[in-house]
Design a binder for this molecule. Sequence first.
Ligand SMILES: Nc1nc2c(ncn2[C@@H]2O[C@H](COP(=O)(O)OP(=O)(O)O)[C@@H](O)[C@H]2O)c(=O)[nH]1
Ligand SMILES: [Mg+2]
Length: 206
Amino acid sequence: MKIMNAEFIISAVEPHQYPSDALPEIALAGRSNVGKSSLINKLILRKNLARTSSQPGKTQQLNYYRVNEALYFVDFPGYGYAKVSKTEREAWGKMIERYLQNRDELKLVLLIIDIRHDPSKDDILMYQWLKHYDIPLCIVCTKADKIPRSKWDKHKKAVRTTLGADARDLFVLFSSDTGMGREELWNILAESAEIAKEEPQVRPES
Ligand SMILES: Nc1nc2c(ncn2[C@@H]2O[C@H](COP(=O)(O)OP(=O)(O)O)[C@@H](O)[C@H]2O)c(=O)[nH]1
Ligand SMILES: [Mg+2]
């Protein structure tokens, strides 16, 4: 995927703040610090558009990034952050559930998991929510560079088993450090969003 442009659009809480141009949306869900911002930055080849935040759990909004005037990334607030109060947690749940239930533009959710650790209770709940609402998902195991190649298979299997994943679920091993999985993931995103994998041929102006 050739990135022509990428920009931050809005931090939305209420549905009326969501963009209204009907472009396909790819959402990213995962616990705080799992590497969601880094993954967006790697996909769009920007160092720091999606802020890799030092204060995990602080952003309780849906952050919209538009790529190539063709699709949006919707970065969910990270879950499982210890200092979040019960009230905040409930607000989080309501916002996410409302989005998942009603958003026609949503084409795919990337469930981001740290390859080194078994999925958390929140990861499992998110997986079950997505299945319940029948939303297409892709499990993305990130930070692959942090464990030796010889252990990838073992960890992949542990992630699948803990989530109770379906053998048909899309699955990508990724690293924001090395760029591993980037092309594979873009191909999945392009397919889900129904956009061309390669830029259309532009005829030189005569
Ligand atoms: N080695 C390595 N570090 C990563 C990777 N992805 C994220 N990180 C680091 O993990 C930390 C959290 O990343 P961030 O993208 O802010 O996570 P977020 O809270 O899910 O948005 C940062 O220090 C990143 O540099 C990866 O694939 N490999
Ligand atoms: Mg982040």
